[in-house]
Ligand binder design. Structure first.
Ligand SMILES: [Zn+2]
Ligand SMILES: [Zn+2]
Length: 149
């Protein structure tokens, strides 16, 4: 794009302002990523915010949420969308499947191969362009099973 601004009065000041903004964003993103990696239980965005805030009380909820969205977009964390529940975030960013406990709401990984080609089995998507899929099993976790026994 054409820049019609001739010689800036303070090119160095502008450059350093840009650098500090860039590095602050990078630091904030790293803090959020670190928090997701420290939480191994498929945290919600609110959980991630609480974890970041414990160590960095001045960070805003909006900043944490924005960086979570960015990390998910970049594939550095996995966003797990659940029916009837808040999205969860996963440090394990490869596609995989989950089970959600209907009693306590906790989310677990299930050990099964990821079927990247499952869309091939769709006979008629009614014009929908399929881009991916998630599977969430529902049931009772071991703790809730023994609580009921
Ligand atoms: Zn449970
Ligand atoms: Zn997971």
């Amino acid at each position: 794009m054409a820049v019609s601004n001739p010689v800036s009065a303070k090119p160095e000041a502008e450059a350093s302002a840009f650098d500090s903004r860039t590095s602050r964003n990078t630091i904030q993103r790293a803090l959020v990523l670190e928090a997701v990696r420290s939480l191994r239980n498929h945290p919600t965005s609110a959980d991630v915010y609480e974890a970041v805030r414990q160590r960095h009380p001045r960070i805003s909820r909006a900043t944490v949420y924005r960086n979570l969205a960015l990390l998910a977009e970049r594939g550095e964390v996995l966003r797990v969308e659940l029916p009837n529940g808040a999205d969860r975030y996963d440090f394990f960013s490869q596609p995989h499947y989950h089970a959600k406990c209907r009693s306590c709401g906790r989310v677990f990984d299930v050990d099964m191969p990821y079927h990247a080609d499952i869309a091939n089995e769709v006979a008629d998507a009614h014009g929908f362009a399929i881009e991916g899929h998630q599977i969430t099993f529902t049931g009772l976790c071991p703790d809730c099973q023994s609580a009921q026994a």
